[in-house]
Ligand binder design. Sequence first.
Ligand SMILES: Nc1ncnc2c1ncn2[C@@H]1O[C@H](COP(=O)(O)OP(=O)(O)OP(=O)(O)O)[C@@H](O)[C@H]1O
Length: 554
Amino acid sequence: MSGDNPLRLLTGALGREGRRRLVLLGMLTLVGGVAEFASLAALAALFRDWLGGTAADLPRTRLALFAGAVLVAAAVRLLLLAANQRLAFETGHRLLVAVQRRVLARDWQAHAEARSSGPLAAMELVEQWLFSGLMPVLQGASAAVLGAGILIGLLWVDPIAALAAGALLGGLFVLTTLLVRPALHRGSDTLGHDYEARVAAVQDHVGALRELILAGARGVAAERFRAIDRQLADNRTRLAILNGVPRILVESLGLVALALVAAWVAGRPGGLAAALPTLGALALGAQRLLPQLQAVSAAVNSWRATRGVQQRLAAMLAGPDLDGTARPTPLPFTDDIALEDVSFAYQGRAQPVLEGVSLTIRKGERVALVGRSGSGKSTLADLVMGLLAPDRGRLLVDGVALGGGNIEAWQRNVAHVPQAPFLADDSIARNIAFMDDAPDYVRIVQAARQVGLHELISGLPRGYETRVGERGQLLSGGQRQRLALARALYAPAPLLVLDEATSALDPQSEAHVLAALDALQAAGTTLLLIAHRPAILAGCDRLVRLEGGRAVEG
Ligand SMILES: Nc1ncnc2c1ncn2[C@@H]1O[C@H](COP(=O)(O)OP(=O)(O)OP(=O)(O)O)[C@@H](O)[C@H]1O
């Protein structure tokens, strides 16, 4: 599912199963078209046989045929309704999953540079596309086939009248569509961005509420949001109206067109009596054909109205999909990690953060990275963890160069605790056993004890089942850090990277953490610490200082 062609987006989103369903839907639609044709033809035949007769002469077989054809047509419509809805929701589901898979497939740098409002807005975009784009299109496609069946029925009954009706209705459809086309294009192009802007604004409110309160800027934020949503609401209103106009025109002018054809038919030689079968077919045609025409018109215009949304979704789907293969076995790590002449610059920045850094970290060592703010400590740690790739130079683990295929295998050796760790809005236990579908409570408690959190957690009314709130906001900064450290201890990895992960700890908590680090090192874990606090630095085997993009010992 790739490319920015919205049509490819549709077929790609369907997947193999969806395409099979689409073929079935097409076949069912054809049956529906035949049923529509049959009901019209049966009605005309009924009128023809009955012409001039009394109630007693009613040809019962013809009547039964007509009733049968109408019932079959109704049954097929019901099936079509169900098949259309199923296909649409299934496609929406697949599309959303596909977008999230691509969000998860991004590499670290792309993720850091991307706006998080995009993936969040994808949910709204998919809903919008589903209800205002795909569903009308599926209904319109069915309607086109059913409408063709009705028109063929009319052709069979009275070719000239059918051609006249077809030409008038077709002309009407083309005219009304052309009428709204430019305005629909204009409105739809900004729609995708408008949705993203709205999500981004809400994210700011949630993320920066403290700052907004203290700056007295809540009113400003509300006003900005009002303007963003006003624009979106106005645009959606305009598009909905533009979408509805052709439908109303097609319905009302279409009725007039069919009445004109009926009047012409009634005026032909033979008079009203000879025209009766055609008039009956036209009346039924009007009742059946106009809604189909409306649906086709809605489909064409809805597809245009959601063009901007389709383009945004297509852009989100343009990236690579998540690798579905099994997790690789960890890369052997028994000797050392070596950086050889490594240089790195962030995209769009002329100045490299690191230039010609060479450094060896032996297995089991505790190394501290120090240096001024912005000197590149986190960048170096990201390179060691394989989250970033060097522009020049290389990284070797036990002499094996990292790159391409073995990065994930290397990352299976790595645990990381950042300064502001991510905590899920879940229980303490589930945050320690993060992403573990079968949490081991013995290990959870052990990890919590090691970071000095067990007493505190045990004292809470719900203990380890206490929820930590969104991003852990029901805990203090130091508690969050220790919880993240407990997470790293729960699933120990040969290399543990702590990036200012102890900055919010009091001396007592720090003592706990130091003891935990000692135990880890004694068990053979390699520790790379970015830290400033003397107690943490004192326990390290080596200090590596970053200065002007270079690494110096001491
Ligand atoms: N994703 C990014 N894109 C562009 N530049 C970045 C990115 N991340 C960091 N930088 C820049 O790279 C430089 C090094 O940043 P880094 O976070 O590695 O420094 P640091 O030594 O860890 O700083 P601190 O001690 O303040 O955390 C900084 O100038 C920073 O602005």
